[in-house]
Write a protein that binds this ligand. Structure first.
Ligand code: MN3
Length: 210
């Protein structure tokens, strides 16, 4: 049990049913991914934060070492909670997520920064496929340079650590696809384009450029 009082983080509800992303992602994967993996990040984050606050409340230099020792757990599980909470919202059942509207500012910037939508899609897919081990592939917005950038992160590192605001992300941990695609990560990444929620992705972009 966690000692944390007041601000326990909670697993967010999915905005669709567990079987809603079939046949691209199975109900079995979605249930495990959300109810087991994401829940574990939330629980472990709450536990680590509880211990952190306990150590902090001692106001003793000896407890600072305990706080430092907890940082990796906070980063990993906090990143997992951030990344998955984001990921669920940019997916939608096949043929309900729409397409990027031709008049959108996001499409305009994609064309400016990557040449064409097709080129962007290929580059992001390649980046996801090329990640060694577990991680995420991203389209991010660089506020300082006012441009879109492709990036990857290892493990559960959040994209914000690179100074980028996430617009679109792909979980390429094996738990995200292995039951459906086995070792065929490329096929999973190519198919996930069918279940992106472009309205939600445009909203992320509109917020990021404010
Ligand atoms: Mn995952």
């Amino acid at each position: 049990m966690t000692e944390l009082t007041g601000t326990n983080y909670q697993l967010p509800n999915l905005p669709y049913a567990y079987n809603a992303l079939e046949p691209i992602i199975s109900e079995k994967i979605m249930k495990l991914h959300h109810l087991k993996h994401h829940q574990a990040y939330v629980d472990n984050l709450n536990t680590a934060l509880g211990k952190y606050h306990q150590a902090e409340s001692k106001k003793d230099v000896g407890a600072v070492a305990d706080m430092i020792a907890l940082q990796q757990a906070i980063k990993f599980n906090g990143g997992g909670h951030i990344n998955h909470s984001f990921f669920w919202t940019i997916l939608a059942p096949v043929s309900t997520g729409g397409t990027l509207s031709q008049s959108s500012e996001l499409l305009e910037m994609i064309v400016r920064d990557f040449g064409s939508f097709e080129e962007f899609k290929k580059k992001l897919t390649d980046a996801c496929v090329g990640i060694q081990g577990s991680g995420w592939g991203w389209l991010g917005y660089n506020k300082n340079l006012k441009r879109l950038e492709l990036s990857t992160t290892a493990n559960q590192d959040p994209l914000s650590a690179q100074g980028l605001t996430p617009i679109l992300g792909v979980d390429v941990w094996e738990h995200a696809y292995y039951f459906d695609y086995e070792n065929r990560r490329k096929e999973y990444v190519e198919k996930i384009w069918q279940i992106f929620n472009w309205k939600a992705i445009e909203e992320k972009f509109d917020k990021a450029i404010l």
